[in-house]
Design a protein around this ligand. Structure first.
Ligand code: UD1
Ligand code: UDP
Length: 376
């Protein structure tokens, strides 16, 4: 392997993973020379399957077509993850890749990690080391388990590096890179309303609040869900809700769709339109991990309806504020405070320089160089 001819399998399942992976696929293309050749094959688990939650991103973000699609979704966490492990293992046995790239903290991430480690395939975990310290959250379990069996943990922030060290993960396995989602933001500019989304939603620049809600802890607990939507219905400026299919189904199945009436509803959007709306919003209200950071990148104050967040630096600097999902008044008060947040406030450089994906690819190549020396 002196000439790096590597086969890497990338496991993707959920919407945010398509966005993160797009930056790495782009970096792989850029680095391709006669000496460095990474062949990336994308394996879709099928966790997200609606066209606007999956397929559309491949075209929009200019990603390689998936080589495999397992079409596995739904069921309990155990069954969902177990079925994925079984099917991923079969593909790994056929394909014999040198390594596996994993993103974030979904069930698809954990399934990939377990399948790969059982076959001694090297694991590279992008967005490693984040912790909410809420062990009940499915994402927290997925990310802890994945980090501990990864060969390299690519950490997006210095806090993530510290979390990994505190858990006893060897320094040699941790690389600080910055955040690939910041790379994605730098690639697009979001300066013009390309699709006319403001007009379609009948809203004006800086005159609306943008909302996404989908986390299990908020949607599976009906008291919290009702409380959140009651609060949203009382906000005094237009509220645009970009509705995740999970939340839509939960409201519908519990005869709660009337809670949507005061809001402007949009189906899931493409990456550009979504970020354009984030940039032009007065405040973002969310429980999404990705939106908390994108709000900051775009200079839009944020309210996160959760008891804790893994992106703690954004709470410390004030651009993000936690609101208690069970407390309507607390949600409304947090929104009021963020509506008057001073947008000239400094935005510290938490997420690197926008070249995290290039650093990750360089480190993967270096990993195999060291590996081939060790075995020669
Ligand atoms: C998953 C991730 C979460 C991530 C989110 C990104 C886990 C445990 N959770 O949560 O970390 O923040 O993706 O959006 O992996 N559904 C559809 N169509 C789709 C996708 C989902 O109808 O294309 C509905 C189905 O009813 C499905 C439900 O949403 O059962 C939940 O989907 P799932 O992928 O299990 O969890 P998310 O809430 O999307
Ligand atoms: N996103 C999108 N269209 C949407 C909603 C979100 O393109 O309708 C993007 C968003 O810009 C961000 C990512 O999806 O890059 C966040 O995904 P999500 O909120 O589903 O998951 P999380 O980040 O919470 O894991």
């Amino acid at each position: 392997m002196s000439k790096s001819n590597l086969k890497i399998i990338t496991i993707l399942g959920a919407r945010p993973q398509f966005i993160k992976a797009a930056t790495i696929s782009r970096a792989i293309k850029l680095i391709k020379t006669s000496k460095n050749n990474i062949c990336e094959k994308i394996l879709l688990t099928g966790q997200h399957y609606d066209k606007n939650m999956c397929e559309d991103f491949f075209g929009e973000l200019n990603m390689p077509n998936p080589s495999f699609n397992l079409n596995i979704n739904g069921g309990t966490h155990g069954s969902n993850t177990g079925r994925m492990i079984d099917s991923i293992e079969k593909i790994l046995l056929d394909e014999k890749p040198n390594g596996m790239l994993l993103y974030g903290d979904t069930n698809s991430t954990l399934a990939g990690a377990i399948a790969a480690t059982k076959l001694n395939i090297s694991i590279f975990h992008v967005e490693a080391g984040l912790r909410s310290f809420n062990r009940k959250q499915p994402e927290e379990k997925n990310r802890i388990l994945t980090d501990h069996i990864s060969d390299i943990c690519f950490a997006p922030t210095s806090i993530a590096v510290k979390n990994l060290l505190k858990e006893g993960i060897s320094k040699k396995r941790i690389i600080y890179t910055g955040d690939v989602m910041f790379d994605a933001i730098k690639i697009f500019k979001f300066n013009e309303d390309k699709s006319g989304i403001l007009e379609r939603l009948k809203i004006k620049n800086q005159d609306y609040v943008l909302v996404t809600i989908h986390r299990e802890e908020n949607t599976e607990n009906l008291d919290k869900l009702i409380n959140i939507f009651n609060a949203l219905g009382k906000i005094k400026i237009p509220v645009v809700l970009v509705l995740h299919p999970r939340t839509k189904a939960k409201l519908k199945n519990n005869n709660l769709s009337d809670l949507l009436k005061p809001l402007i509803i949009s189906s899931p959007l493409g990456y550009y339109d979504m970020n354009f709306l984030e940039k032009k919003a007065k405040v973002i209200i969310t429980d999404s991990g990705g939106l908390q950071k994108e709000a900051f990148f775009h200079g839009t104050p944020c309210v996160t309806i959760r008891s804790e967040t893994e992106w703690i630096e954004l709470i410390r600097c004030g651009w993000n504020k936690l609101a208690d999902p069970s407390n309507e008044l607390n949600i409304l008060k947090s929104v009021e405070e963020q509506l008057i947040f001073n947008k000239n406030k400094v935005k510290p450089d938490y997420y690197g320089n926008g070249n995290a994906s290039e650093k990750i690819i360089a480190h993967i190549l270096d990993f195999y160089k060291r590996y081939s020396h060790a075995n020669s």
